[in-house]
Design a binder for this molecule. Structure first.
Ligand SMILES: [Zn+2]
Length: 220
């Protein structure tokens, strides 16, 4: 059973609905909650709760956003520092310098700080990407046929794998939908922000999967 479905048992409505659906191992809600306690705090644990057991989310929406911002800032700084190293290498006429420079330049993210009237302001694009990634992870990508459960019940309450998403619970969100979700034009998204989005989405997904494995391990 998907870890999320175990967690979803903690939702009052879902667990009622679950009674008598048959074939499920009897897991006591307290065991599920205890297993969740074994999951390292962070983005992954938060996302796991936000999708499957909203009452169990520990951080406020604001705290979660700060966590993602911090991760994006670190990655931005890492890329800027590669860029600086490459620029220095070119200045010193290193043999591989041109190639290193081209790579670092291509991987560079949009400016993080924009100066408005001499006051540094974080470029708003980063916040838009962060919000869209969190939304995609928590809901926008959820399969509407099974609401993320990966299975659907017929009138007899017999559960089958959801055909719409092949039991994944999520649908792949298109690149264009991602641009729309951020409020960027397609051109702006492709040219400046797609790489930020892909990296952030992957980092948050990796965190979520790590949390799922820890939860799974604690339940075993
Ligand atoms: Zn589905």
């Amino acid at each position: 059973m998907h870890v999320g479905r175990k967690l979803a048992m903690l939702n009052p409505r879902t667990s009622q609905f679950r009674v008598g659906s048959g074939g499920l191992p009897a897991i006591v809600a307290t065991d599920v909650a205890a297993a969740l306690g074994m999951v390292e705090p962070g983005i992954g644990r938060e996302m796991l709760c936000r999708v499957w057991w909203p009452d169990g989310a520990k951080l406020t929406a604001h705290e979660l956003k700060n966590l993602v911002d911090e991760m994006m800032r670190e990655e931005w700084a890492r890329r800027e520092s590669s860029m600086l190293d490459a620029t220095l290498a070119v200045a010193m006429r290193g043999s591989r310098a041109q190639g290193v420079y081209a790579t670092a330049h291509a991987a560079r993210w949009p400016r993080m700080i924009v100066r408005e009237h001499e006051v540094p302001v974080a470029a708003s694009g980063y916040g838009r990407v962060r919000d869209a990634v969190l939304e995609e992870l928590a809901s926008a990508g959820l399969c509407q046929a099974c609401l993320g459960r990966g299975e659907v019940a017929n009138d007899m309450r017999v559960y089958r794998i959801c055909k719409d998403c092949s039991g994944q619970g999520h649908l792949r969100v298109s690149e264009r939908s991602r641009a729309d979700l951020c409020g960027f034009s397609w051109k702006t998204y492709r040219e400046g922000w797609a790489s930020v989005y892909d990296w952030t989405f992957q980092a948050c997904t990796d965190d979520l999967h790590r949390a799922e494995r820890q939860f799974q391990g604690a339940m075993a």
